[in-house]
Design a protein around this ligand. Structure first.
Ligand SMILES: C[S@@+](CC[C@H](N)C(=O)[O-])C[C@H]1O[C@@H](n2cnc3c(N)ncnc32)[C@H](O)[C@@H]1O
Length: 343
């Protein structure tokens, strides 16, 4: 696993496979790294080039800032618990994996919180990190390719994977997570529903905000990678063999409209997350799968500007739903019992 590995020293990239002499790998991995960092430019945004089948969200500074705001909003929305990073009952993780780590903030925070754990983050594009805790490792690879890590994990985490995989790919990814967990280890996934909702009638029914979710669900369906996975993730996780499945649904304010101070703060960060991310999330999908025909770059920019204006309206009380699921790989004896014909 890992075309390149980014170590705590940001100037050193290591090849994932052994058998290289230092002189060989220095030049070879530096050229792989620079090729990967370059990506491919389209409509003013940079996209990853590692995976042949495209991933819709850009891998560029603007999108990494968006991910950072999403991470901050997540921390704020979970600030009341003992651990704002995950809910799986793994009090002292030893080997943690963050699937699709993005800008790597979750992996870095978990590495800081658990200094005796080794935390790996894997992504198609190298995370833009300038410092990594000594117990954190980033690897650039496609998680749909065979996993070759020698150890099993006690926690595998995945956040904001919407639109990355087809239904069959999701099934095989969950199975792979299951197979690569220790017995008794936990898998946790957190996803947002992209539809704007409103409970108090403060947003007119024909407002542009309500077009965003359905429009992107339709584009994701055309692409063959559903953006509506908060509804389907639980059954796919169950199908992979996980047990002891827990879930938590929350309403995330979009904007600083809630009275409650902590929700107000989270809503303020979440609306910034939307404002920063909308162009990146929509450019690829609408210029390729927009309705009724693919949109031009200019049409996308106009739509995003209309959305921005509506999101900034302080009278609108918009929110979106989020779902977190955490589930256990059963202990070995529990699997044998469940499989036994006498039980
Ligand atoms: C929306 S971002 C979320 C990043 C991060 N998990 C977070 O919550 O901020 C999804 C990430 O998944 C990565 N990704 C998509 N398909 C992948 C694949 N097949 N293998 C590895 N990473 C993938 C993307 O490159 C992107 O960085």
């Amino acid at each position: 696993m890992g075309d390149i590995i980014i170590t705590p020293d940001p100037n050193i990239y290591l090849p994932s496979a052994g058998g290289y002499e230092p002189e060989d790998w220095r030049s070879e991995t530096t050229s792989i790294a620079s090729h990967l960092y370059k990506g491919i430019m389209e409509n003013g945004r940079r996209y990853q080039t590692l995976r042949e089948s495209d991933y819709f969200s850009p891998s560029d500074e603007r999108q990494f800032e968006t991910y950072e705001m999403g991470h901050l909003a997540c921390l704020l929305m979970n600030a009341d618990g003992a651990n704002p990073l995950f809910l799986s009952p793994v009090p002292s993780p030893k080997h943690v994996l963050d699937v699709g780590t993005g800008q790597g903030s979750w992996a870095i925070d978990v590495a800081d919180m658990f200094p005796s754990a080794v935390v790996r983050g894997v992504d198609l594009f190298p995370p833009p990190v300038s410092w990594i805790p000594p117990n954190c490792i980033f690897e650039v690879d496609d998680v749909l390719q065979p996993w070759t890590w020698s150890q099993k994990f006690d926690l595998i985490y995945l956040r904001h994977g919407i639109g990355a995989f087809t239904p069959d790919e999701w099934d095989s990814l969950y199975k792979r997570c299951y197979d690569n967990l220790e017995h008794g280890g936990w898998f946790e996934q957190f996803e947002m529903n992209i539809c704007c909702e409103c409970d108090d009638g403060s947003i007119p029914a024909d407002n542009v905000l309500f077009t965003w979710g359905p429009r992107f669900f339709a584009a994701g369906d055309k692409l063959g990678k559903s953006l509506d996975i908060t509804k389907t993730m639980r059954s796919s996780i169950e199908k992979a063999g996980f047990t002891d499945i827990h879930e938590k649904e929350t309403k995330w304010p979009i904007g600083a409209w809630p009275r409650d101070k902590s929700l107000k703060e989270a809503g303020l960060v979440n609306v910034q997350h939307w404002l920063a991310g909308m162009e990146g999330y929509s450019m690829y999908l609408l210029t390729k799968y927009g309705d009724p025909v693919p949109w031009t770059k200019e049409e996308v920019l106009v739509y995003v500007a209309e959305m921005r204006k509506a999101l900034k309206n302080p009278r609108f009380h918009a929110y979106q739903r989020a779902r977190r699921i955490w589930a256990k790989k059963p202990l070995q004896g529990q699997i044998l019992q469940a499989d036994s014909p006498n039980t």
